[in-house]
Every structure is written in structure tokens, then in C-alpha cells.
Design a binder for this molecule. Structure first.
Ligand SMILES: [Zn+2]
Length: 426
């Protein structure tokens, strides 16, 4: 992936006038600074929440890449390759520079004039805060086409954010297929398992470690912890640490965007409560405060990144807690092969963390129902609402998954484009 990121875009970045951003996840906005570096000087249009979250995500991304480049350069030099300097894909200054290209703010359901012949309307995708599908109305040579880009899609009934908006009928659909081959577990049993694991662990005086992504998942966890306390499913005072500077900043951005909230979340705010706060919750931004968590006694919930345990503060917490029988680790997200999270999920007896072999004695538990993505049935339902588009392009999915989803689509011609493949739409 590092190599792929360095490859040319397949078009001249200087020739691009507009960049319409669906949401702030790194796999959607992560190469913006590189695009700017390579000559893009157009306008980036996205929603207000996505704009703030994307900036946070990009700064973090530059920081991680700078760290990794430094580490790799040092390693090369240790191996006698003194002259080899590894450069990051982009650095913090590149990210700051790219911020000046964020232009107009898109509001849900209000068309943005791109040119006299092109209008873009952002509609809620229900995936993460500020996420959108983008509807393009394009006129060309007396012809008119409606093209929808799904972006990443969420589903009805998720915490905090609104349900995905109903897309209009379209001529062309470009849609994601992340979970095009499977159905999700429902949330109610997921939450029951979640609360019961926390209760059992805290009752034994153990700690609950939850590796989590900083964006959306961490806020969802806070939301459900608060709900559990309010409903009496968790102790009224639950010592909890959100031990991730990025998740703390993301939570603060969430609090600034009530326009994205669903009815229940609005109600909580209106009653002068905060859906992300509860008695016992601590935000630990400073490293010293994070380290002090190791000394607490009596059991606590510790939410820290990274979600797949490949880096971040969660590795320290795992080192201190994995070997204790009274502790639990709850995985609430996807764990890719080759990651520390995956090894623990797969039942490793011991794992190497910071060059030390740590026995896995803690209770390890995976909860499947917290996805931010629509499953197969929800993707199909969304597609059905677009009418019978002439062509549907499937993107953003595993190569094994896309053909499975393609077979499920009716009344449309399905295309699974290869990288850099071009199509005439008008
Ligand atoms: Zn996403």
C-alpha cells in the first residue's frame, strides 16, 4: 500500500478544478495533501463537519508518516546505509498547505453550483458525522445525466447520526461494496454482551481495554456507555478513560455539529446533558496522565487507539493488562490479518509487545454489531431507491466481494472498473 500511495494518480492533478469529499475517513481524504503537492489548486467542497474532521485526520496522518519515515531512516542507518533518507508521503506543512483549498461548505440537500452545467447536492450517508453521498446533475450537449456517488453508506438506527437520506432516481450509480457479501448482527444483543462483559470485569476489580478507532467508533462507545449508565445496565459511576488525544479532539468536533445529530441525540443535548459525558469519564490527553492509568486500582474501562493495536497508547495498556486473568479486552471493530489485534482475536497464547512476550490471560471478546457500514441488504435497499440506473459502478470493496454483490443487482448494467479505467457517461 505504501508503494501504491506513491504511484501517479492516473490524471494530472493540476487539471482538476473541484474535489468533492464524501467524508473524513482516511481512506477517502488521505491523499489530499499529496494531490495539492502534485499541482492541484482547485476547490475542495465538503460538509462543515467533514471539513473539521478531515483536517484532524490529515494532521494525524502526517504525524504518523513523519514518525515512520524517521524510524525507517534510523533503521537504514543502523544497517550501515547512512545516506538513505526515507521521506514521508507528505508532512505536516503539506497538510497545512492543503487546508487553504477547502472552499465552500456543502449543506445537506442544498445544491452547490459547480459550473453552469454541473450541480452537486450532498445528501446524508448516515456513515459517520458529516458523511454524504453526492448527487451530480450534469448537462452536456443538450443531454442531462444524474450521477450518484454513494461514498461510504451507513444504515438506519445508528447512534448519534441521522439515517441515510433516500437517494433520488439516477442514471448512473457509483457505489461502495465493503460488506456487499454479508449481513450484520443486530445491535441489541451486541449491547447486552458489551454491558455484561464490562459488569463482570469491573465486579472482579479488573480493567476493560477497548481498542478503538478515534473517529465515530470512540464517540459511539461513549454514547452507549452513557446510555448503559442512564438505563441502569452499568454501574452509576463507571471509571472510564478516553485515552486518545485524537479521539478527544474528534469528540469535541462532534459536540460542535448538532446539525448532524439524530432526534435522540438532539433530545439529550436539549435536556442540558451531553451524550458523550457521564460520571467517571476522564479525557487523558497528556502522556503523563495516560501512564498514570496503569496505577489505578478497582477496575476501569480504558478506550484507546489504534483500533487494530498496530500503534498508539492501546499497546501500553495491553502490555499492562493482557496477562491479568481479571481483565478483559473487547474488540469492537474490524481486525485485519497481520495486526496485533488479529493475533489476540485469533487466540494467541502470548503476543510480543514492545519486544516483550506477554501471555494472554485476559478474557478476549469480539463484538460484531458496531459496524459503520451498510450490510448487503442495506446496500441493496439503497440501490433500489435509485430506480433502475442505466449503469452501476461497484467500487471500494474486496475483489472477491464485488462480484457477489453484482449478482444481487437487478435492472441495471453492472461495471467493476479497474484502476484508471475510463468510461463515457454522456
Ligand atoms: Zn468511511
Amino acid at each position: 500500500m505504501d508503494e501504491e500511495n506513491l504511484e501517479p494518480f492516473g490524471f494530472d492533478p493540476a487539471s482538476i478544478d473541484y474535489l468533492l469529499l464524501t467524508h473524513a475517513h482516511l481512506d477517502h481524504c488521505g491523499r489530499i495533501p499529496l494531490l495539492v503537492n502534485r499541482g492541484f489548486s482547485g476547490e475542495i467542497i465538503t460538509t462543515a463537519a467533514s471539513c473539521e474532521l478531515a483536517k484532524l485526520v490529515l494532521l494525524d496522518s502526517a504525524h504518523l508518516q513523519e514518525d515512520e519515515a524517521r524510524y525507517k531512516t534510523k533503521k537504514a542507518s543502523r544497517q550501515g546505509n547512512i545516506k538513505k533518507v526515507i521521506e514521508p508521503l507528505y508532512n505536516t506543512v503539506d497538510v497545512l498547505n492543503s487546508f487553504s483549498f477547502f472552499g465552500r461548505t456543502a449543506h445537506y440537500n442544498q445544491p452547490v453550483e459547480i459550473s453552469k452545467d454541473i450541480q452537486a447536492t450532498f445528501i446524508d450517508a448516515g456513515h459517520i458525522l458529516g458523511s454524504a453521498s453526492i448527487v451530480l446533475n450534469v448537462k452536456h450537449n443538450e443531454q442531462q445525466r444524474k450521477i450518484i456517488f454513494s461514498g461510504d453508506l451507513g444504515y438506519n438506527g445508528r447512534a448519534i447520526i441521522k439515517d441515510p437520506a433516500t437517494p433520488p432516481h439516477a442514471d448512473i450509480v457509483v457505489m461502495e461494496t465493503t460488506y456487499g457479501d454479508r449481513l450484520h448482527k443486530t445491535l441489541a444483543p451486541t449491547l447486552e454482551e458489551f454491558y455484561s462483559t464490562i459488569n463482570k470485569t469491573i465486579a472482579k476489580g479488573g480493567n476493560v481495554i477497548i481498542p478503538s478507532f478515534a473517529l465515530e467508533r470512540a464517540q459511539e462507545l461513549l454514547y452507549y456507555l452513557r446510555e448503559g449508565i442512564v438505563n441502569g445496565q452499568l454501574p452509576s459511576y463507571l471509571p472510564t478513560f478516553l485515552d486518545s488525544p485524537m479521539a478527544i479532539s474528534a469528540t469535541q468536533i462532534f459536540q460542535r455539529h448538532p446539525e448532524c445529530f439524530d432526534e435522540e441525540t438532539c433530545k439529550i443535548f436539549k435536556s442540558k446533558n451531553d451524550p458523550f459525558m457521564f460520571p467517571g469519564l476522564h479525557f487523558t490527553r497528556e502522556t503523563a496522565d495516560s501512564m498514570a492509568i496503569n496505577n489505578i486500582s478497582g477496575g476501569a474501562v480504558i478506550i484507546a487507539g489504534s483500533g487494530m493495536c498496530t500503534g498508539g497508547r492501546v499497546k501500553h495498556h495491553l502490555k499492562h493488562n493482557l496477562w491479568g486473568r481479571n481483565n478483559s479486552v473487547i474488540f469492537v471493530g474490524y481486525a485485519a490479518y497481520g495486526t496485533l489485534a488479529r493475533r489476540i482475536v485469533d487466540g494467541a497464547q502470548q503476543v510480543k509487545i514492545f519486544a516483550e512476550q506477554i501471555p494472554v490471560k485476559a478474557f478476549v471478546f469480539t463484538i460484531g454489531g458496531f459496524s459503520a457500514h451498510a450490510d448487503q441488504a442495506e446496500l441493496l435497499n439503497w440501490h433500489q431507491q435509485t430506480g433502475s440506473p442505466k449503469t452501476t459502478f461497484l467500487v471500494h470493496g474486496d475483489k472477491d466481494v464485488m462480484p457477489i454483490f453484482a449478482k444481487k443487482l437487478q435492472n441495471t448494467t453492472v461495471e467493476i472498473p479497474k484502476l484508471h479505467q475510463q468510461y463515457e457517461l454522456m
